[in-house]
Design a protein around this ligand. Structure first.
Ligand code: F6P
Length: 365
């Protein structure tokens, strides 16, 4: 039988996301107030675990952070300890250094590691569980593309930022009779574009799951003109692509487990449309990391708090190797073995896409 947990360590990995601090706070408060556990946090994700760099997490350290985006523990989306860049004989080589992490956990007397992250970070969490470490996962990503949970925290905050941007673009687009493009995040899944597009009353939503045809977008702009609407708003996910084209890559981040960074589709589309739409100026805005920064939405504060409390309850019940998740209205859990690599894309036949189409939004298809 697993021994009684007395000391919990937390880490946050991958791209940051609103709600990380709320989870850190909820785990720490529940662990201390309900169970009297000791809590520490490793800095910079798995790198901190490798370097044994941690801070104590107390009621004081987690005070005043509920609403703040980012993570007081910092994060890294490069450090996979199962394939880690180390210097050996003057050369940089990739090695499995996970045993160093296991040793550090032992030295520190950590009974359970709570890992807050997306698919990459949770893959390592599963691999540490396979090495016998007591691990609990908490799913995060603004992209909302993890299949095992109905919602990841951070998504609602990102959608709110994108919706506000669309509201702001509307007023200026209308004044100048312009076509305005807004590029939002979403590499493989178009959830942010879809939901902000509906909430922010976009005329066209372009997502990776529904490849677009430029002529259909031009048609939609023309239809609006006939209705006397002399401006149009297009929200485009960074991973959107045309029927015969490919995604637009902005940079390659070496050492990242997922090195391709997308970006630039809105500018490309603006140039493409300029050739076909003569009587309007076209402008594009790239929302970028504003979608991940700033304050956490009320929905995400509550979801993150629920996840944090649930993570500690799993520890108390010794249900290790699991990830907390939301199914419908209920907080539940799923084995880390089953959650990895299962992504959740927008189903082109889903109710939400149909809703958008019903009210006249075009997907450019
Ligand atoms: O997965 C979250 C995400 O925000 C994506 O939507 C985006 O493509 C990517 O991370 C950006 O990563 P980085 O912050 O490393 O540029």
């Amino acid at each position: 039988m697993a021994k009684n947990t007395k000391k919990i360590a937390l880490l946050t990995g991958g791209g940051d996301c609103p709600g990380l601090n709320a989870v850190i706070r909820a785990v720490t408060r529940t662990a201390i107030l309900q169970y009297g556990y000791e809590v520490i946090g490793y800095k910079f994700g798995y790198r901190g675990l490798y370097n044994n760099e941690s801070i104590p997490l107390t009621l004081d350290t987690v005070s005043g952070i509920l609403h703040k985006g980012g993570t007081i523990l910092y994060s890294s989306n490069k450090d996979n300890l199962f394939d880690y860049l180390v210097e050996e004989n003057g050369k940089m080589v990739k090695k499995d250094v996970s045993d160093v992490a296991v040793e550090n956990l032992k030295k520190e007397g950590v009974d359970t590691l709570v890992v807050i992250g997306g698919d990459g970070t949770l893959t390592s969490a599963r691999d540490f569980a396979r090495k016998g470490i007591n691990v609990i996962g908490v799913p995060k990503t603004i992209d909302n593309d993890l299949a095992a949970t109905d919602v990841t925290f951070g998504f609602n905050s990102a959608v709110s930022v994108a919706t506000e941007a669309l509201d702001r673009l509307h007023t200026t687009a209308e004044s100048h009779h312009r076509i305005m493009l807004l590029e939002v995040m979403g590499r493989n899944a178009g959830w942010i574009a879809l939901e902000s597009g509906i909430a922010g009353s976009a005329d066209v939503i372009l997502i990776p799951e529904i490849p677009y045809d430029l002529n259909k977008i031009v048609e939609k702009i023309g239809e609006r003109e006939k209705e006397g609407k002399l401006f149009s708003i297009i929200v485009v996910a960074e991973g959107a692509k045309s029927k015969n084209g490919d995604v637009v890559i902005s940079k390659i981040v070496e050492d990242s487990p997922d090195p391709i960074r997308l970006g630039g589709i809105a500018n490309k589309l603006a140039l493409d449309l300029e050739r076909l739409v003569k009587d309007h100026e076209i402008r594009s805005t790239v929302l970028g990391h504003t979608q991940r920064g700033g304050n956490t939405s009320t929905y995400d504060r509550i979801l993150s708090t629920r996840y944090g409390v649930a993570a500690v309850e799993l520890i108390a019940q010794e249900k290790f190797g699991n990830m907390v998740c939301l199914k419908g209205d209920t907080i539940s859990y799923e084995s880390l073995e089953n959650v990895i690599g299962h992504t959740k894309d927008v189903d082109p036949n889903s109710e939400l896409v149909k809703v958008a189409r019903s009210i006249g939004i075009s997907f450019g298809d």
